[in-house]
Design a protein around this ligand. Structure first.
Ligand code: C2E
Ligand code: MG
Ligand code: MG
Ligand code: MG
Length: 301
């Protein structure tokens, strides 16, 4: 409660107050409401990670998963991250939330390994907010989570934003290289929506590039999107950077991407993000499928 009051004073301090019109004031109030619920939610364990399988397009096998946060609000039900990540970032709460997600994702990946649901080639991808880099705690958060879970660093992949690479500050650069030295894979999420280029990727030792869904969704209809995606894939492959397509929703898209030489993909075509129980079921079905088909999965969920 004290924290909320503090943020309130900061946001609408007397000097700034006259700049707010009614609408803005309402928005601030909305944010404060969400923020107070977020604090409560974290302490009462209302957050959960869902996992979306990542598929190797050549073999059709699941080679990883992306952890995606969900919030079970006691009265509002399941809330998607778009509704609260922004508020968490602006308030600084993202650090606590991010640490929790990192620890939980590593723990869960280790559990899946121990259950034999995944092998040592499987990677767990965790989304990182640029704010988590700002205060320099990210390297400790990652190393603590790895140590606590016993997960190998090379099974962890961090999904970063393009803005992080552009913000070229030395502390960010240092943190990224330190993470690489720890053996963690670095991926750029939503590639193509920001202003970074492939040159940045090499400089920061990024090893995975995720092409944004907005390009992938147009790949069948728009010649321009297809040409762009093809060019990204070609340059990335020559730089030894793996390419992942996000938001693949049907077989035609999967086939087109495979033809263009895209390495990996994820999307509703194979599976939506799943809670732990459903993810385990998905992996068991997948393993059975591979056994039945002489080592080759049928590619459908
Ligand atoms: P993202 O990292 O780009 O994640 C991909 C989003 O696309 C997810 O939305 C996923 O559910 C959705 N998606 C996957 N396949 C398909 C598809 O075939 N079609 C369509 N239409 N959508 C698909 P979600 O889970 O709502 O997450 C939204 C964003 O919230 C994420 O985008 C990520 O930026 C952020 N986020 C999620 N979890 C975390 C987290 O733990 N920490 C941080 N900092 N951000 C997170
Ligand atoms: Mg992501
Ligand atoms: Mg993405
Ligand atoms: Mg995206």
């Amino acid at each position: 409660q004290a924290d909320i009051a503090m943020y309130h004073t900061k946001d609408s301090g007397r000097n700034n107050y006259h700049f707010f019109n009614e609408k803005m004031h309402e928005r601030v109030q909305d944010r404060l409401n969400i923020l107070s619920y977020l604090y409560e939610g974290l302490s009462q364990r209302q957050f959960e990670l869902f996992y979306q399988p990542k598929i190797d397009l050549e073999s059709g096998r699941v080679i990883g998963a992306e952890a995606l946060i969900r919030w079970h609000h006691p009265t509002r039900g399941l809330i998607a991250p778009a509704e609260f990540i922004g508020v968490a970032e602006q308030s600084g709460l993202i650090e606590e939330m991010g640490s929790w997600a990192m620890e939980e994702a590593c723990r869960y990946c280790k559990q899946c390994l121990d259950l034999g649901l995944v092998d040592s080639g499987f990677t767990m991808a965790v989304n990182i907010s640029p704010v988590q880099f700002a205060r320099g705690s990210i390297t400790k958060v990652v190393s603590d989570a790895l140590k606590k879970s016993g997960l190998d660093a090379d099974q962890l992949e961090l999904e970063l934003t393009e803005s992080l690479l552009i913000d070229n500050s030395t502390s960010i650069k240092r943190a990224l290289l330190q993470l690489r030295r720890m053996g963690v894979e670095l991926a750029i999420d939503d590639f193509g929506t920001g202003y970074s280029n492939l040159g940045y990727l090499k400089a920061f030792e990024v090893s995975v590039l995720k092409i944004d869904r907005s390009f992938i969704s147009r790949i069948l209809e728009a010649e321009q999107s297809r040409i762009l995606v093809e060019a990204i894939i070609q340059v990335a492959s020559r730089l030894n950077i793996k390419v992942v397509a996000e938001g693949v929703e049907n077989q035609k898209m999967a086939e087109a991407l495979s033809m263009l030489g895209c390495d990996q993909a994820q999307g509703y075509y194979w599976s939506r993000p799943l809670n732990a129980m459903k993810f385990e079921k998905f992996m068991r079905n997948h393993q059975r499928d591979i056994r039945r088909n002489g080592g080759v999965p049928t590619l459908r969920a």
